[in-house]
Design a protein around this ligand. Structure first.
Ligand code: NAD
Length: 484
């Protein structure tokens, strides 16, 4: 198999916050990989725009250090790195003032694709959009890319949408959710809609329940104060897990185009039933001799913020009536594991006696580690001794199935940035989707606040509070294992 790199139009990409953590860790190393794979047109440029007082040479030096830090040595040959750095420029810009805007205007070309990446605090999004507009920097082919968090509730998300739309059309606004850029997440759509095999079974008649787990081992180190105001519901569920849920639950769009896909996702969010209190478990990690507790990291002994959440969600439509969607995500858990699993119902009758009840088909989509898709099927255990059944995975670990090609799969950020340049919004959230997700989330969060709900403690390295297991046990189900 030969890797195919689809050429993109010439572009100027301006990264507001080009000296920040996200730019240094993800955006620029990702762009370097695209450059190496031959996807960057000859004249395409990247312009860092931030508050620090730097010139091109100093910026290149800084980004060189970032790429050396975040890219494996064999993946950064000196010649390639040097050629890439020559594409970099820098403008000192004050998002809240007047400094730097005319210099930026002079530098940015109007006759190519212009992508303005807002990799800055959300409080600056409006000011930057306004200045791009009033300084007449943005041309006809301009797009803006907005990082999370997109608001902290419905009201702030609406206000932010309004501010951005005052200066840009919805078709120019790219709200990034990097989960949608992951190869496996797109493969989920390919598996669902590219095969005859799954879609006929993809409904309440055949699916028992769905589980989505995003378990992290990291804590909130360094971001404690920010996270204390956010929590797992805002930081992970309202955006990332909700998007995954939509892709699993949506009706087949008529075409794989941005509005057709996003219309279907929006219908799922609008069909979510309001949550019952007993269907949510919140947790907060305690400390041990080596590691600080959540409240210590947040420097707030009275914090009521959840670092873990598990939910049982119901979707009110014909396809999913009666099928629970169990979601959980947390920090400082046993292992780093992200997985979506569709657990099918038992076969209606066992010709093998009791055994079949314990042999359900499970389609499991792993986001990390080892991206891949597995389908658990039941077969006969080989050898003599009668009909004993055993579950085996039909494994489609990409690295094995696709060989060296799988290694060249772009990571989420680089893929999404290239989609921006191409003008393809399919994998970006539309404004109404974001608002609908907040409209569902807000009453849940407000309920905790009004009742001063206290999250349940859980130990570092565990799978969350015991109550999360009970959420499934009471329906005779259990969570998929998180493997350390
Ligand atoms: P950071 O604090 O490391 O960097 C902030 C950048 O903004 C710097 O380049 C700084 O110079 C620039 N800046 C600040 N004030 C400015 C002003 N007045 N004018 C012009 N530039 C100004 O932040 P970060 O971690 O890179 O995060 C950037 C954005 O991305 C935030 O919205 C964050 O929520 C989001 N995000 C970050 C990560 C991550 O892993 N870091 C992940 C997801 C989302």
């Amino acid at each position: 198999m030969v890797s195919r790199v689809i050429p993109v139009d010439d572009f100027d990409l301006v990264i507001f916050g080009g000296t920040g953590d996200l730019a240094r860790r993800k955006i620029l190393p990702g762009l370097f990989r695209r450059f190496r794979s031959g996807q960057m047109p000859e004249n395409a440029r990247i312009i860092g725009a931030a508050r620090s007082d730097l010139d091109d040479a100093a910026y290149r030096k800084d980004i060189k250090a970032a790429i050396v830090e975040f890219t494996a040595e064999e993946a950064r040959p000196a010649g390639d790195l040097k050629a890439f750095l020559e594409r970099l420029h820098y403008v000192k810009v004050d998002a809240l003032g007047t400094d730097g805007w005319s210099a930026l205007k002079k530098l940015v070309r109007k006759d190519v694709v212009q992508a303005f990446y807002f990799s800055v605090a959300p409080s600056l999004f409006g000011a930057i959009a306004e200045r791009l507009h009033s300084n007449k920097i943005a041309g006809e082919r301009a797009r803006i890319v907005v990082e999370k968090p997109f608001g902290r509730d419905l009201e702030s998300a609406k206000a932010l949408n309004k501010t951005l739309r005052d200066h840009f059309d919805e078709s120019q606004i790219y709200r990034i959710d990097h989960y949608l850029g992951k190869e496996t997440v797109q493969n989920l759509m390919a598996v669902r809609f590219g095969n005859m095999l799954f879609e006929p079974l993809w409904n309440a008649q055949y699916v028992d329940h769905v589980q989505i787990t995003v378990a992290e081992t990291v804590g909130v180190d360094g971001r404690g104060a920010y996270y204390d105001k956010s929590g797992a519901m805002r930081d992970m569920v309202q955006n990332h897990l909700m998007q995954l849920l939509c892709l699993i639950a949506m009706e087949p769009p008529s075409r794989f185009d941005p509005d057709a896909v996003r219309d279907e996702k929006l219908k799922v969010i609008r069909a979510l039933e309001p949550m019952e209190r007993e269907d949510v478990v919140r947790g907060q990690y305690t400390g041990n001799e080596d590691t600080k507790s959540f409240v210590e990291e947040a420097d707030n002994p009275d914090s009521l913020t959840e670092s873990f959440i598990a939910l049982k969600i119901a979707i009110s439509n014909w396809r999913w009536a009666g099928v629970p969607f169990y979601l959980r995500t947390g920090k400082r858990m046993k292992a780093r594991q992200s997985e979506i699993s569709v657990i099918f119902k038992d076969a209606p009758h066992s010709i093998f006696g009791q055994d079949v009840e314990h042999h359900r088909n499970i389609l499991s989509i792993r986001l990390q580690p080892n991206e891949g898709i597995t389908l658990g099927v039941t077969i006969k255990e080989p050898g003599p001794g009668g009909m004993r059944l055993v579950d085996v995975p039909l494994d489609m670990t990409f690295a094995e199935a696709l060989g060296p090609d799988a290694e060249d799969v772009p990571d989420a950020y680089e893929r999404l940035i290239m989609d921006v340049i191409r003008g393809n919004q399919t994998l970006f959230m539309r404004g109404d989707e974001v608002e609908a997700a907040w409209a569902w989330t807000d009453p849940i969060i407000n309920g905790w606040r009004d009742r001063s709900d206290r999250p349940k403690p859980y130990e570092i390295g565990s799978t969350g509070p015991e109550d999360a297991a009970v959420l499934l046990h009471k329906a005779g189900r259990r969570w998929r294992e998180i493997k350390a």
